[in-house]
Design a protein around this ligand. Structure first.
Ligand SMILES: [Zn+2]
Length: 313
């Protein structure tokens, strides 16, 4: 039996998983991400955690295929990370550095791109050409075509959250543009839209009594028939449907997978986005399927291991 590791580096925790070469996940655990001192402890911590696991499980070095690692930043030429603001890293050759610490082959990818590869491999993508739309604190994404995730020349392939879906927006997005999908379809964007809508309507709403409501509160209120919440979500679905329709004009995938925290809203989100997608998509793309992501927070480690297998077998 041979083994490999999938690693997903986040701003607060690093997720590590051990897979066999059949692709079965055997164990997964997390360690804190130590971002102090320019994040210089992050790779040694990962190397230490992997080596401890190998010692505990009595796995010899020769039975390890290597390490696939996803990082929250642009990855050039498949191994050099060009700034990870969340980790404190500037330019860093992760393949060389982690390889030196562990003596193992290392492959590197962007975390969102690898999450898409994970969903393609073992999740909602079902090994079809797919676009993953990650609706979390922000809006990210990943594109997998012919089984390969799109990294792009500058490591920014699949960054669909900053496609403009409303040119009339007056407030700026975090990126400095106005009207990006992230301003409406992220968890924070949905709350912002709800607040804006509540301020402009006389219609009663349970959200008006709640000072700091969350994105989930908006979905819950809508499910209970709260009119302003329903109207807010109609706007969200409209922008999301438009975003996906625009992306499908370029990619023409078989399936669109919705992931991230907001996708816990489930079927109403899926059906709402799909309805608006159908009114805005290019006619040839109308049959594109929609699905929910199924791997949750594990998508990144699955994708990281999938990339490793791709590169090392
Ligand atoms: Zn933006």
């Amino acid at each position: 039996m041979a083994w490999g590791f999938g690693v997903d580096v986040g701003g607060t925790t690093v997720k590590i998983a051990c897979f066999d070469t059949e692709g079965t996940l055997h164990s997964r655990w997390e360690i804190p991400t130590r971002t102090e001192q320019g994040g210089k402890q992050i790779l040694p911590d990962i190397a230490g955690a992997i080596q401890n696991y190998m010692t505990e499980q009595k796995i010899p070095q020769g039975e390890i295929l290597g390490i696939g690692i996803g990082v929250p930043g642009a990855v050039e030429n498949r191994w050099v990370v060009n700034r990870c603001v969340n980790l404190g890293w500037d330019r860093l050759d992760v393949r060389e550095a982690l390889g030196r610490l562990t003596g193992l082959p290392v492959v590197v990818g962007n975390d969102a791109t690898l999450a898409a590869l994970g969903e393609w491999w073992k999740g909602g993508g079902q090994k079809s050409d797919m676009v993953l739309v990650t609706l979390g604190t922000g809006v990210g994404g990943g594109i997998v075509l012919d089984g390969k995730s799109l990294a792009g020349t500058h490591g920014a392939g699949g960054e669909i959250g900053h496609i403009v879906v409303n040119p009339d927006e007056t407030e700026p997005c975090s990126c400095g543009k106005r009207g990006c999908a992230e301003q409406y379809c992220s968890a924070t964007g949905i709350v912002r839209l709800a607040k804006r809508h509540l301020a402009g309507t006389a219609c009663p709403s349970e959200l008006k009594n709640c000072k700091n409501f969350t994105c989930k509160d908006v979905f819950d209120a809508a499910a209970r028939g709260d009119i302003p919440a329903i109207e807010t979500l109609e706007q969200v679905y409209g922008y999301l449907g438009r975003l996906v329709a625009n992306v499908c004009c370029v990619v023409d995938p078989e399936i669109v997978v919705l992931g991230g925290g907001v996708s816990k809203a489930g079927q109403p989100l899926l059906e709402g986005a799909r309805q608006y997608f159908e009114t805005e998509c290019f006619h040839a793309c109308r049959e594109t399927r929609f699905a929910l992501a199924t791997l949750g927070n594990d998508a990144g480690v699955y994708g990281a291991f999938c990339l490793l297998q791709r590169e090392c077998i």
